[in-house]
Design a protein around this ligand. Structure first.
Ligand code: ADP
Ligand code: MG
Length: 533
């Protein structure tokens, strides 16, 4: 095990690190800090949540001279949130040094920033746009900078800041140590580093090390048509303190936010169309835990760093493995336990498999809890709610007439049950997934499907089993009887997964042939001898 002692840092910085509660350096810190302290250019690549801020923050704070009253280091970040957050982390690291850090970002009065800059600042942390603004006004000079840091470089690229970054780097003349930190290294970022860095040392923490082991991951098989229902069941059966829900689009965020609010969840949404003030207000509510669920797109969630997120829920599956890792990195921070849940529809199963291949791990699947399971799980909380109300002992004249009337007519248990159903059952909804395959001639507990291809496309039991097992995420042995004929095939699958199989296979291909799948008709009395599994 390595400790911070091995870096030969000043006692001031060591003391601050200790107070921050860091016990040992994270992998990226362990590799990057000694190189940065030596003075060369360094590129650090590691996923979100791996401690990149302190990886450059510790050596930068170490290097700043308190007595030099001018800007010595500049740190570029993609968002205002991140600028504030990095500034905060640097302040903590410099608790025992007299160093002034200043976050600079759009949306805040430029006059205020100019005043603050005039008072003498050692480290400026800002978004490229606003920094450019100050450079044009000559209210910020970069001529005596010895360290330039590009933090979350890939996100700055995504946000269209690359030209501003180049312009800023051009203005930092003379001896300069340049550091670049990023979760991923897309080609434009590599190009930028060749151009503006001198023989950079590259420190990369590969995926194997970063998919933080403290983050448990699970995926749920859901049907598109009752995805919302499934989500509610899942969140009702989990103990969620603070959860981030990801949607693919802004529209998705708005719709899901509304739907969850309508169902009584304390939720709010974050998307690109919000004004900075609205965004801040939502983030404050989330930080203060006045809301339980934050619903966001990938872009809107950039720069969010809230420590005690217990659950990340991918309501829409992320578009690529990178974004999967980014998203789930929002939980399980700073050594806490976190859980990442992903909802996967039949048509998205292939996509899930490709994510698994990239992150080199297979994500275990779990079934959406049934209505009964949710009731079971919620009982104690429901009971508590009722007890609180009873103990409050409200004498509500409004209902007393009705109460007496009902009590004269029915036993109290019956009335209570009915009331509970009325109150709680609507929250979890019915168990109907909208599919009734009717009598298909399958074995007990199985649904039998007709597939419109057979030996004519070289169908074999092995191929079919693999296809279904992979697309549906069930073990091959769960699949029942298979009968393959020349031009068609019958297959039996367990009832619980039948809707999922139906939706997954209807749009797939087997051996290159388009597949159509229908619930089978009950078996005729006599059958030709099939090719049986
Ligand atoms: P990144 O920039 O890689 O996404 P951050 O720098 O934001 O990650 O760090 C994520 C969290 O981990 C922060 O809350 C930070 O304070 C904490 N952290 C960083 N380094 C350590 C460490 N060595 N030990 C414990 N917690 C750490
Ligand atoms: Mg960071």
């Amino acid at each position: 095990m390595s400790y911070f002692d091995s870096f030969e840092l000043s006692s001031e910085v060591m003391k601050a690190i200790k107070e921050m509660g860091f016990e040992e350096p994270s992998p990226i810190q362990e590799k990057a800090i000694p190189l940065i302290v030596k003075g060369g250019d360094v590129i650090g690549q590691a996923q979100t949540g791996t401690g990149k801020t302190a990886a450059f923050g510790i050596p930068v704070i170490e290097k700043i001279k308190e007595e030099d009253q001018f800007v010595q280091a500049i740190i570029l970040t993609p968002t205002r949130e991140l600028a504030i957050q990095v500034s905060g982390e640097l302040q903590k690291l410099s608790k025992y040094k007299r160093i002034r850090t200043l976050p600079i970002y759009g949306g805040q009065s430029i006059g205020h920033q100019i005043k603050a800059l005039k008072q003498g600042v050692h480290v400026v942390i800002g978004t490229p746009g606003r920094i450019m603004d100050h450079l044009r006004r000559k209210t910020l000079k970069l001529d005596r900078i010895h360290t330039a840091v590009l933090d979350e470089a890939d996100e700055m690229l995504d946000m269209g800041f690359i030209e501003d970054i180049e312009e800023i780097l051009k203005q930092v003349k003379g001896e300069r140590q340049t550091l670049l930190f990023s979760a991923t290294m897309p080609p434009p970022i590599k190009k930028l580093s060749y151009k503006y860095m001198q023989n950079p040392e590259i420190v990369s923490i590969n995926r194997g090390e970063v998919t933080a082991p403290s983050i448990d991951q699970v995926y749920y098989k859901v049907l598109e048509r009752n995805k919302l229902e499934s989500l509610c069941r899942i969140i009702d059966s989990e103990e969620i303190d603070l959860g981030i829900l990801f949607c693919r689009t802004k529209k998705g965020v708005a719709e899901l936010t509304e739907a969850l609010q309508a169902r009584g969840y304390i939720a709010d949404g974050l998307h690109g169309d919000l004004t900075q003030m609205q965004r801040d207000s939502v983030m404050k509510k989330f930080r203060d835990s006045t809301i339980e669920f934050l619903i966001a797109t990938d872009v809107a969630a950039r720069g969010i760093d809230v420590e005690n997120v217990t659950h990340v829920i991918n309501y829409d599956i992320p578009q690529d493995p990178e974004s999967y890792v980014h998203r789930i990195g929002r939980t399980g921070r700073a050594g806490r336990k976190g859980l990442a849940l992903t909802l996967v529809t039949p048509r998205e199963m292939k996509h899930l498999r490709s994510i698994e291949a990239e992150i080199k791990m297979s994500i275990p699947s779990s079934n959406v809890p049934t209505f009964e399971e949710v009731v079971e799980k919620q009982q104690s909380s429901w009971k508590k709610q009722i007890e609180t109300l009873v103990e409050e002992d409200q004498d509500n004249a409004l209902f007393s007439g009705m109460t007496t009337e009902l009590l004269e007519k029915y036993p109290p248990e019956k009335i209570i049950t009915a009331l509970m159903k009325m109150t709680f059952a609507t929250e979890t909804g019915s168990d109907d997934d909208g599919y009734d395959f009717g009598e298909t001639g399958g074995a007990k507990g199985m649904v039998r499907f007709f597939i419109n291809v057979g030996k004519n496309v070289n169908m074999s039991p092995k191929i079919l089993i693999e296809e279904i097992a992979d697309l549906v995420g069930i073990p091959g042995k769960a699949i029942g009887r298979i009968d393959i004929f020349d031009k068609f095939t019958f297959v039996e699958v367990p009832e619980e997964v039948a809707p999922f199989v139906y939706e997954a296979l209807r749009h797939s291909r087997i051996n290159g042939a388009r597949v159509n799948l229908e619930p089978a008709k009950p078996r005729p009395k006599r059958e030709r001898k099939p090719f049986t599994k």
